[in-house]
Design a protein around this ligand. Structure first.
Ligand code: DAH
Length: 346
């Protein structure tokens, strides 16, 4: 054994250049493995004279330590990550990888827009259970038992056979009832939520969809207030030039009742295939809260009056973005959902 042997291995260690973890492992085996160069020097060390041992003991141990330290350094530099697998050293000037962010669902976007518009007008948000009882979905909304209007809403029942069956709510009007039962007057709420109907799934119908219910109860609330609230909403939602028209309709819980159309924002009244040539698009049902409904929730109809309205969120989103098939909302096809990435308004 000579100093030169040790020097040679030491300079080999200093010049070690490893690009991958594999290179490092190979260097480790070459130096410290069973048949490695340093291992061989240690084996030779066992056979030399005592006097020589005194000379080479310390440098030999330092050599081994230098190899271990250098290999550790190289490991850290390579990082065991991408650079190791591609063989390329990391280029720290490269732009970072995209962090894939999801986008908001179009139904959530429109729901938020509706909520924001009514919040500006001073409405609170109320929510209620999706699994409801007959009383809140029908009875207190002036649908007597066996009333034919119950057929308008194909109901999923959870349990029947008693006076107050449990069911999946068919509309968010149930939250009207819950609010009138518990809130103090005046009431000004909107109630967004998911509703369920036993319908065959098609481009125009689904068994699950979303609605927003609105309710305003106070002294001297009139139909003119209702019309004003809806006109302001329609202009905020569809643009400042939007017109509305009301057609007489029927709902058990409102009297009088109306259906609301907005001027078609695609053809601006000229007539196109979305508005079927009429220039108008139906957006919601509404009316003055029937005195029976106020009474059923403990509100005196002699003193108070109110208006209510209800709209489908998917329908509003369809009109806003010209979506032609309701099923798109529920299939989670990323090609559909990604189109709404930029639609979140601050
Ligand atoms: N609940 C009705 C439906 O699901 C929508 C509705 C119409 C709600 C008129 C109302 C209203 O509050 O006044 O079809």
């Amino acid at each position: 054994m000579t100093n030169k042997d040790i020097e040679r291995v030491l300079s080999e260690i200093r010049e070690l250049a490893c690009k991958t973890s594999r290179d490092i492992e190979e260097a480790r085996i070459r130096l410290l493995g069973k048949k490695g160069e340093i291992t061989a020097l240690f084996e030779e060390f066992r056979t030399i004279d005592k006097s020589e041992k005194a000379v080479f003991g310390k440098p030999l141990n330092e050599l081994k330590q230098a190899a271990i330290t250098r290999l550790e350094e190289l490991k850290e530099a390579v990082g065991g990550g991408e650079a190791a697998s591609t063989g390329a050293a990391a280029d720290l000037s490269m732009p970072g990888d995209d962090f894939p962010l999801g986008s908001r669902h179009p139904v959530s976007i429109v729901r938020q827009q509706i909520v924001d518009i009514f919040r500006k007008f001073g409405y609170d948000v109320a929510e209620g259970p999706e699994i409801e009882d007959d009383r809140h979905v029908f009875e207190a909304l002036n649908f007597p038992p066996n009333h034919p209007a119950r057929d308008m809403q194909d109901t999923f029942f959870v349990s029947t056979g008693h006076l107050n069956p449990i069911l999946l709510r068919t509309h968010t009007s149930s939250v009207q009832v819950r609010t009138m039962e518990s809130a103090s007057l005046p009431i000004r709420v909107i109630c967004p939520g998911r509703v369920f109907r036993n319908e065959a799934i098609s481009a125009r119908a689904h068994c699950i969809f979303h609605q927003v219910e609105g309710l305003y109860v106070d002294e001297n609330v009139t139909f003119a207030d209702l019309k004003q609230a809806i006109l302001l909403f329609a202009r905020e939602m569809f643009g400042p030039d939007t017109k509305i028209r009301m057609r007489p309709s029927y709902f058990p819980f409102t009297e009088p009742s109306a259906e609301v159309d907005v001027s078609c924002n695609i053809c601006h009244g000229k007539g196109c295939n979305v508005c079927k040539g009429t220039g108008w698009l139906e957006i919601m049902g509404c009316g003055m809260v029937d005195p029976n409904v106020l009474k059923a929730s403990g509100i005196d109809p002699q003193k108070y009056s109110g208006f209510a309205f209800g709209m489908g969120i998917e329908r509003i989103a369809m009109l806003k973005w010209r979506v032609n098939d309701l099923r798109h909302y529920f299939e989670n096809d990323l090609r559909f959902l990604k189109q709404f990435e930029s639609c979140v308004e601050a």
